[in-house]
Design a protein around this ligand. Structure first.
Ligand code: CMP
Length: 139
């Protein structure tokens, strides 16, 4: 089925001007960018977005990092978009990411791993609604 998923190009990637190269990987995989904006999160907003990780030891570092520089938040649409996006991103830790994936090519570490993607249909819907209104989604 056609799905939508929430993607974030993280500060380590925007800082290195990798937005275009990362978007090319999504588009080459058949994912359409149906909404996109470059924003700078506050630490509180990053914390709210990643609330599910609140008890993890890396939570504070993760929130600091996500608020450190601008991010590009985007909605990707396509057949099986949630799984396809995760395939294109590669494993969370770049050391485990398959060759040719975004994280294998661009990520600097498990924390500074260039991209975020929703992990399931329910989180995709929540994460899209966190950043975008219906009016901003142009399929
Ligand atoms: P993401 O897919 O955005 O979801 C949560 C993020 O936490 C994850 O990508 C990583 O960037 C980050 N993360 C996961 N494990 C660690 C870790 N061990 N140390 C630092 N950050 C981590």
């Amino acid at each position: 089925a056609t799905e939508r998923t929430l993607s974030i190009i993280k500060p380590d990637a925007t800082r290195r001007n990798l937005t275009g190269k990362i978007n090319a990987k999504f588009e080459d995989a058949g994912l359409r960018i149906v909404a996109q904006k470059r924003i700078q999160l506050t630490k509180a907003q990053a914390g709210e977005f990643y609330a599910v990780h609140k008890e993890r030891p890396f939570y504070d570092e993760l929130c600091e990092f996500m608020a450190s520089e601008p991010v590009v938040v985007q909605v990707l649409e396509g057949e099986g978009a949630i799984a396809k996006n995760r395939e294109v991103m590669g494993a969370t830790n770049p050391k485990d990411a398959a060759a040719g994936t975004i994280r294998a090519e661009f990520a600097e570490s498990v924390g500074e791993n260039s991209v975020h993607g929703s992990d399931a249909a329910d989180t995709a819907a929540q994460e899209i609604a966190y950043f975008f209104s219906g009016l901003e989604l142009v399929g």
